[in-house]
Write a protein that binds this ligand. Structure first.
Ligand SMILES: [Ca+2]
Ligand SMILES: [Ca+2]
Length: 311
């Protein structure tokens, strides 16, 4: 009896333990399911918010296009003080759409280095090298950038083609086409993080070669474009242009002083490319969107690219 009684107690103990374990497992599964569903619900809500934000962003693009068309009809030049530069804010259902138009053409366009036929443009290369001198960063990688963009596999002196990139721990190939973004610089042999961080705010990578819009250029870029102009003089020129933009090329030349203009890479007082950075806040969620626009000489505006995040 005693023996049976002990066994009965043990069995009851095991049975109780099994119940406890089973309840614990079921609870864990139930909690996991609820968490999963909450997570799924949040994901669905987030997708709806992003989709709605993107729709508002498309509306923002259309408003920007109208502003830029109006500007084309009403002014010859593009510079500080113009209406299209005014940041905008519009209340939308349960939120706010805000955005600002800018132009990347005050920066050095890295895709100017090669012309449409793939030939290196010496004035542009010299200007990029002067910009690097002004910024006090290494320029040893410039031949590698040219190799990265030219269509051939011939290695320039101090350059780099597939062979160099294929020997890396994570190998890749040279792009052999114009840059698609400034971030691509990071893949080029010799471009260190320090070089990238210092240079990125002064450069752009537009789909085609473009003249610099001097009205929007920084002192560093102007000093790079105008040989022999020192940065302090360039700063004074920038201040002057922000107060009163150059309405045409002659006005800029008067403000800048005398230079050997044949040495200066392509420049002008107009922009063909614009960017919009938009923020849509909906029910406490913030979505950032950007678009790059092109305006042709007739004033027609088309979308070049768009995406999430900051441009
Ligand atoms: Ca204008
Ligand atoms: Ca190449």
């Amino acid at each position: 009896m005693f023996k049976v009684g002990v066994m009965g107690k043990t069995q009851r103990g095991v049975a109780l333990l099994m119940v406890v374990v089973t309840v614990a497992i079921i609870s864990a599964i139930a909690i996991a399911m609820v968490t999963d569903q909450t997570f799924l619900l949040r994901r669905i809500q987030n997708t709806i918010v992003v989709d709605t934000a993107v729709q508002y962003g498309l509306g923002g693009e259309q408003m920007a296009a109208l502003a830029l068309q109006w500007d084309s009809d009403n002014s010859e030049a593009d510079g500080y003080g113009e209406v299209w530069l005014t940041p905008q804010q519009y209340p939308v259902d349960e939120g706010m759409l805000s955005g600002a138009i800018g132009t990347p053409q005050g920066r050095f366009n890295l895709n100017n280095l090669l012309d449409a036929s793939g030939k290196v443009q010496p004035n542009e290369q010299a200007a990029l090298e002067r910009l690097l001198t002004v910024l006090n960063v290494s320029k040893v990688w410039v031949p590698a950038l040219i190799d990265w963009m030219d269509s051939d596999q011939t290695v320039n002196p101090n350059g780099a083609e597939d062979g160099v990139y294929q020997s890396l721990e994570k190998p890749y190939l040279a792009a052999n086409r114009p840059l698609r973004s400034v971030q691509e610089l990071r893949m080029i042999q010799g471009v260190t993080e320090e070089v990238y961080e210092r240079l990125a705010p002064f450069v752009t990578a537009l789909p085609t070669g473009t003249p610099l819009n001097v009205n929007f250029a920084s002192a560093e870029v102007l000093a790079a474009y105008l040989p022999e102009m020192a940065v302090p003089s360039a700063r004074k020129l920038v201040e002057e242009l922000r107060e009163s933009m150059a309405e045409d090329e002659e006005q800029f030349k008067q403000k800048a002083g005398s230079f050997d203009w044949d040495e200066v890479p392509q420049w002008g007082v107009q922009s063909q490319y614009f960017d919009i950075n938009m923020t849509v806040v909906l029910g406490g969620t913030e979505v950032r969107l950007y678009s790059v626009l092109n305006r042709n000489s007739g004033g027609d505006v088309s979308i070049v690219r768009r995406g999430r995040g900051l441009q």
